[in-house]
Design a protein around this ligand. Sequence first.
Ligand SMILES: Cc1cc2nc3c(=O)[nH]c(=O)nc-3n(C[C@H](O)[C@H](O)[C@H](O)COP(=O)(O)OP(=O)(O)OC[C@H]3O[C@@H](n4cnc5c(N)ncnc54)[C@H](O)[C@@H]3O)c2cc1C
Ligand code: SF4
Length: 335
Amino acid sequence: MTMLLPQFELHKPTTVEEAVALVKKFGSDKSDFLAGGSDLLCNYKWGLNARPNVIALNGISSLHTIEPLRLGACVKLHEIASSETVARSLPVLAYVAKKVASVLIQEQATIGGNALLDTRCHFFNQSYFWRTSLGYCLKADGTRCHVVPKIKRDGQLVENGNECFATNCSDFAPVLIVLGAEYELAGPKGTRKVKASEFYHHDGRARFVKEPGEMLVAIHFPERAKTLTAGYKKLRPRESWDFPSLGVAAAIARDGKGKLEHFALSVNAVDTYPIVFNTHVNQYLGKQLDDGAIDAIAEHVKTTVQPKLTVPMEPGYRKKMAAVFTRRLLKELAV
Ligand SMILES: Cc1cc2nc3c(=O)[nH]c(=O)nc-3n(C[C@H](O)[C@H](O)[C@H](O)COP(=O)(O)OP(=O)(O)OC[C@H]3O[C@@H](n4cnc5c(N)ncnc54)[C@H](O)[C@@H]3O)c2cc1C
Ligand code: SF4
């Protein structure tokens, strides 16, 4: 069973420009960015899409800064959990940081690595030896999908040789979405910002709208984020360190009469990308977030999400719990 790290060349840039120059030199298909390594190096040990060049970002000091409305991509989760700046400006981030994995992993893991976490699947997150027995799959080394082996095309059931349904299990992604965060990216074509709500898309392999070679530099929050009442609910088999099998995030703001003037909702770990419900919940702006509204939203979430058997906990259960957690979270925020 292969559990040793494969050979690769480690590069240690000290500026963002150097990191981008390195990815340009080696090509994005021959290199990976490394932050805390708590996900990437596990995948490498399992022989999952390892590349010959690894560009370590930890030595770039500008990626480590914490400001009230800006977090560098390499800020560690334990720093977020204990930062007074974060506690004052965006306390929900400290709460989420403590919910990721275990205390030990929070010492190593970064917010950037979390936002760009690879998607997960029972048939992918396995050793090379394990995967050999099934003939691999589309996401690594193979040509078939074991979760959705056939799909409908032009009314016909055909072999699924293209679509990967691996699940996005980032705890932070839905929370960054509801806070209105923007990702600052730097790459061979320059720098740009993309809204977190538009960054993820349905493709278990490509996952993001990131251009080849682009790296995450920082996460920016709008001034408004400081005024929001935000929360996150996570379902996982073991509280001690498991990835989410469901994650529900919401943020609201109300006027003096208790009427909603801002409402954002996102649900993760039920699809290849965090599902954004902002358009749906915006119909409640100008109204009270009462029990009737909360029940209707929870039902809508339940009927919308279509979890697959890619991560622990049965899809039907996660679907029902999506309604339960949405209801619980919104009731807490509405108090
Ligand atoms: C036992 C265990 C339990 C876990 N539980 C959870 C959990 O409950 N919730 C959860 O969300 N995660 C969990 N994780 C996954 C992981 O630990 C976290 O998501 C962590 O925050 C990833 O950050 P990292 O810095 O270690 O990322 P890395 O492993 O360094 O990178 C992750 C991915 O992001 C890319 N990347 C990293 N930084 C950048 C950047 N700045 N620009 C471009 N690409 C970048 C890497 O190339 C890689 O593809 C768990 C991991 C383990 C081993
Ligand atoms: S969902 Fe993706 S990772 Fe899972 S078996 Fe199918 S192709 Fe592989």
